[in-house]
Design a protein around this ligand. Sequence first.
Ligand code: HEM
Length: 427
Amino acid sequence: MYGPIHGVPSPRCHLLIVNDIDIARELYIKQFHNFPIRYSFWFGYSNINKILFFMPANDDWKRIRSLITPAFTTGKLKRMIDPITQINANFIGHLRKFSESGEEFDIKKFTSAFSMDVIARCAYGIEIDSLSQPDHPIVTNAKKIFGVDASFSYIMCIMFPKIAEFFGLEMTDAKTVQYFDDLTFKIIEKRIESSTGKQNPDLIGLMIENANEMNGIVAKNDIPKGISKDEISAQGILFFIAGFDTTNATLTHIFYYLIKHSEWQEKLYEELSIVSDEELDYEKLKELPILNAIIDETLRLQPPLPVVDRECIEPYRIESHGIDLPKNTMISVQPYVIHRDPRYFKDPYEFKPERFLHKSKFNDNLAAYIPFGLGPRLCVGMRFALNELRLVLANFIINYKLAPNPDVKVSNQNVEYYRMHPNFIVA
Ligand code: HEM
């Protein structure tokens, strides 16, 4: 039960914890064909089971992944900058009254609203201001999707998928999934009717565009080939499931570290103060060393998905350790633990963004830096998430200074289910 590699009793399968980066890379990269899937659940009959994150690594997964990946290339991300900048301006505006009055507030409420508005805009092309419109159907339905509560059906779908399938249980509320299906189908129809070939710069539009490009068609009155409407709808929901909590938790953790380490806030402000608003574009944001080092170091200490799992589909022997893995063994690699391992990172528990600025001085093993996972199932939204974080953080620090509230005890960790959330903040 101890050490970087150990077995853990589990009700469903053999479970091996692998917190050794060389073995993790052997299994997840070199032996991907043998470890291609995540822990499988029963999702029910709704389109949730067509979400890329949950798909087995079959031809459908390859096809959908190859349609989503180009949605996050540099050119496409640049097209998303303007909408995110507008949402950002709204976020900054909402905070102004607190900065002027000195009144305390919970910043998580605002970062959640920001993340929600970004997804509505960047996945569906819909402009909302969820702080002023908390009852907007996108907001209420999205909350039902990611705020999964441990209902009987949900537990059965996770723990006893075969029984759940036998009884036809659904993991998520079918009406909620139906809401997103209807929304997506309407958007697709509208886009196809009015299409001139170039779609809106949101995930649905870019998937239609990519599907059309891949099939050599610039569509007019044409249903995209290579992806079904159900599959497009599922990837919209994916954005809420894979992109909301992760980005939101990272943003609030960044604020936490900047409050605790105000010298980094100062350094970041100095870095940003010599860049004009017009210059602050996609390329510039990517190059700002202090901005990026703060984000990278926060993701090292607080990776929002602390566990990255795979299932072994054929028996396999880890020769270097003489460990035989029976078929269906689950492997769990834990970025949270690996990132705090002194074999890989110097002063691993300390917030030291300089490790990403002076790499040779620290001599960290950056192959062990895996906040977005590793191998062919690496996070597909990584570039989108980093772009969003850079943009919101830069604009926040240009406008405001974060200070701790001496009356509030700040704690940085609260593990809810398997994602981590900072449990605080009053600024
Ligand atoms: C800070 C933000 C984010 C972090 C830290 C993060 C982290 C991760 C991690 C650790 C994985 C598992 C990778 C593996 O198994 O090797 C993953 C998978 C995934 N993420 Fe993210 N993620 C973030 C944001 C997003 C966003 C915004 C999207 C939106 C599209 C997204 C979409 C996905 C998808 C689709 C997968 C599954 C890929 C596949 O199985 O082929 N993520 N993410």
